[in-house]
Design a protein around this ligand. Structure first.
Ligand code: RB5
Length: 154
């Protein structure tokens, strides 16, 4: 499974720790940045850029899922959710992370580096990637979300 990671300047260290964690678990991780340059300086990046970039990678199936991290997880997910086909969910704890896969068929999980610590972030990813979309009545509702999107994306 290919997982795309994106973050802004507030979340580079957490993003790098999680890329290492998920790589160790056998996921094929694609790092969309941002990162440090060769002098150790942060490569400046505003969260809407990474939300769009990873959102487009998920929507085009360049990767199967995305993980987005900014200070809160909110701004970067708002941007990703503007890309048609993206369902990005901000989850600061594991229960919501599991449910958003099972019920919402979320294809991007987001959280904040200023909100969750490294170990909690790992638990959030474990729950999200360990869960399956349940379909059935939940598919009907996810299709309704797509209908809202289609109404405004012509
Ligand atoms: C950047 O300072 C901060 O605004 C950003 O990381 C994020 O929290 C926005 O939602």
């Amino acid at each position: 499974m290919r997982v795309g990671f994106g973050c802004d300047h507030a979340a580079i260290d957490l993003k790098n720790e999680l890329v290492a964690y998920m790589t160790e678990k056998g996921y094929e991780c694609v790092d969309y940045g941002t990162n440090y340059d060769e002098n150790g300086e942060i490569i400046k990046c505003d969260y809407p850029q990474k939300g769009q970039e990873v959102g487009e990678a998920v929507a085009s199936k360049e990767v199967d899922y995305g993980v987005l991290i900014c200070g809160t997880g909110i701004g970067i997910s708002l941007s990703a959710n503007k890309v048609p086909g993206v369902r990005a969910a901000v989850c600061s704890e594991p229960y919501s992370a599991r449910l958003t896969k099972q019920h919402n068929d979320a294809n991007i999980i987001a959280f904040g580096a200023r909100v969750v610590g490294t170990e909690l972030a790992k638990m959030i990813l474990d729950e999200f990637f360990g869960a399956e979309f349940e379909g059935g009545r939940h598919k009907t509702r996810v299709d309704m979300i797509a209908d809202v999107e289609a109404k405004y994306c012509k």
